[in-house]
Write a protein that binds this ligand. Structure first.
Ligand SMILES: *[C@@H]1O[C@H](CO)[C@@H](O)[C@H](O)[C@H]1NC(C)=O
Length: 352
């Protein structure tokens, strides 16, 4: 009897553990495993993802290495906000429980993560790191733009390959689940992939007598990821709060019902917590200890950032480069100057 019940207990705990990890964990965790991605050791990959992982180890290496880039971009975009895209060390969910909520922030993270995969993979293809892709094979021969005819040359970034792969890999999990949250993630994943394509530019080099530009060779190039980050950040500000339509196949706006969200809009279901206090339940880490700006009137001001709890001020000395002079030719020499600055950090909430 005892043996049986402990057996059931063990079985139940296995089921609970694995259900929990399949809900919370995701491919985002690959970034913390470094370059040696082991497909079987990433919790939370669904079968399709594991399969793609085993078939394309080089691509996985690129995606894994790129994760810190899009997380860095996310943190840059939200550096002066209460929620600052912070990650949890050694946590399979990477962002903690916070993104279980179908919030505007979750919408942003899904969008920028799938955008990040497209960007990283496109770059890796152009650099010849991946056997199954290379420069865009369609960009050959001649073409025209507003300035006239040009010859395709160099290596045009092959964003379509990356978009197709990112869709297959990143969306695999949501395709399997197919509930309202999965549809939200799919929508935001696609918005992220589309955002990268928006910042393809034509770069050209002039040839001809003394730079006369009678002959041009051009290639399509991906812009810096910052452009995608800035764009998605604006989409975050204008994100649409939605509800499922009556058939469960798409969204309608929760408030202004006359306008359907477009494919470029980020969509979310739930209001965000205020992110002010540390809260196990929601996964919020709070703003205690965050640096705030006493003279700002924006989101990084001490009033807003510290949620009215007040702040501590400490005097910090640091060295900066100063009195820089240009010396002919060509160097700039500076002196090291010491300065003291006041740093303000939010008080943590009262513990009662
Ligand atoms: C604080 O905010 C003010 C006003 O927005 C700005 O001019 C200043 O550079 C900020 N200081 C820091 C340290 O970010």
């Amino acid at each position: 009897m005892n043996l049986l019940s402990s057996g059931i207990c063990f079985y139940l705990s296995v089921v609970i553990c694995c259900l929990a990890s399949s809900v919370d964990a995701s491919w985002w965790y690959m970034g913390t495993l470094g370059t040696q991605v082991m497909c079987d050791n990433v919790p939370g990959l669904v079968n399709k993802q594991r399969q793609l992982c085993r078939q394309h180890p080089k691509i996985m290496q690129a995606i894994g290495a790129g994760i810190q880039d899009w997380i860095g971009e996310c943190q840059h975009q939200f550096r002066s906000h209460r929620w600052n895209c912070n990650t949890m060390a050694r946590d399979h969910t990477v962002f903690g429980r916070l993104l279980l909520r179908s919030s505007r922030e979750a919408a942003f993270v899904y969008a920028i993560s799938s955008a990040g995969v497209v960007h990283t993979l496109t770059r890796a293809c152009s650099q010849g790191e991946i056997e199954s892709c290379s420069c865009d094979p369609e960009k050959k021969g001649t073409s025209r733009d507003a300035k006239g005819a040009f010859a395709w040359g160099g290596c045009s970034d092959n964003v379509d390959y990356a978009v197709t792969f990112a869709q297959a890999f990143v969306d695999a999990k949501e395709k399997k689940e197919r509930d309202a949250r999965a549809l939200m993630n799919l929508h935001n994943n696609r918005a992220g992939r589309k955002a990268v394509k928006r910042f393809m530019t034509l770069e050209c080099k002039c040839h001809g007598v003394s730079g006369s530009c009678t002959v041009r060779t051009c290639w399509r190039a991906l812009a810096e990821f910052r452009h995608t980050g800035d764009y998605l950040r604006r989409r975050y500000d204008g994100a649409a709060q939605v509800v499922m339509n009556q058939y469960g196949t798409g969204f309608t706006r929760a408030f202004r019902t006359f306008k359907k969200p477009t494919k470029n809009d980020l969509v979310y279901f739930e209001n965000s917590p205020d992110y002010c206090i540390r809260d196990q339940e929601s996964g919020s880490v709070g703003t205690g200890g965050r640096v705030c700006n006493r003279t700002s009137r924006g989101a990084d001001s001490c009033e807003v950032m510290c949620c009215g709890r007040g702040y501590d001020t400490s005097r910090v000395s640091r060295t900066t480069k100063c009195e820089c002079r240009f010396h002919w030719c060509c160097s700039v020499r500076c002196r090291d100057c010491a300065e003291t600055v006041d740093v303000h950090t939010c008080k943590a909430q009262e513990t009662t």
